[in-house]
Ligand binder design. Sequence first.
Ligand SMILES: [Fe+2]
Length: 343
Amino acid sequence: MRPHIEPFCDRDEGFKHLRLPNFASGMHYKMLSFDGDTGACSMTVQFDGGYRRTPGFAWTEMEMIIIEGEMQVGEKTCRKGHYLFVPAGYAMPEMTSPKGCLALVMYNTGEPSHEESTQHHPLAQVDLYHDVDSYMDIPWAMGNVTKPSVAAGCLIKLLNFNPMSQAMTFLYCMTPGFYQDNISYHDCAEEGYHLWGTSWMMQFGDVPTGGYFWRPAYINHGAFASEYGCIALGRTDSKLFNHFHYNPWSTPVQNADRSAARIYQRDPLLYKWAFSEDHNHPHGPEDFEQTMLRRGDEEGHDTEHKSDGHTHDHWHGHHHHADGSEHQHHHHDGDSTHTHDHD
Ligand SMILES: [Fe+2]
């Protein structure tokens, strides 16, 4: 769990030297929020001119957006607004910053780490990696990714979406003169970092350039306004739903109760089942789609294709036979058929 950090502005803090095993020197950080259980954290990081990090991976998922300056990532030049999503175990090429740069760096599932390697970890979910120049290569879209929606004039660019938890990373901007008169809270934690510009909230006042919040669920925020506009990076740790209201005195407990009441009003049978005894344990009920046996998961079968030319494993899906029975395979290339035993 990360504590509620708000209001906070990184411009009020000094940089500290980042000294961690395997990290190159020339990194300075401001800690924005920190999870004392896992080591997950969000930091503003200043990379000195001449910074150079060896190729390698982290033991945690990480996200980064360049705030100022340039970072060379392998062949790619990442400029202001470049966003990277890096799964745990994904080996990045050498990273250098000849003239230095400022970045927002987020380690999501564990403490910052760097394992020198040119190979991905075998368990890395490499296809989740993506990076984009979010300023130049994504257009602004309406902020109504969820309904009820923020007021018109708050626009977003979706940067990452987790289809399981529905957690999101996005840029958001408020147009000059934006305002929204209601109060909001969510069932998810919400994080924000002002890349540029100032917005205002009734509870926490002005959020300037470098302003940051990590806001746990059920905390009132809003009304909102921005006189000259702002651009920020936002994240949620699960599905974002806007519970709007006009009661500035409601507490987080009352807000959470109201969320539960709204589930009851909308899905009474689900509510009764989920909240009845023995079903609301901390890790939640089982989702059979996530735990059921899949083709290729069977015991003794490798999920990766390996062959030494004499034997073959069963990476291609096929039906199981009773233990000890024989079956036949038709080869595509070899001499028609052969038989063999299962072990
Ligand atoms: Fe919010």
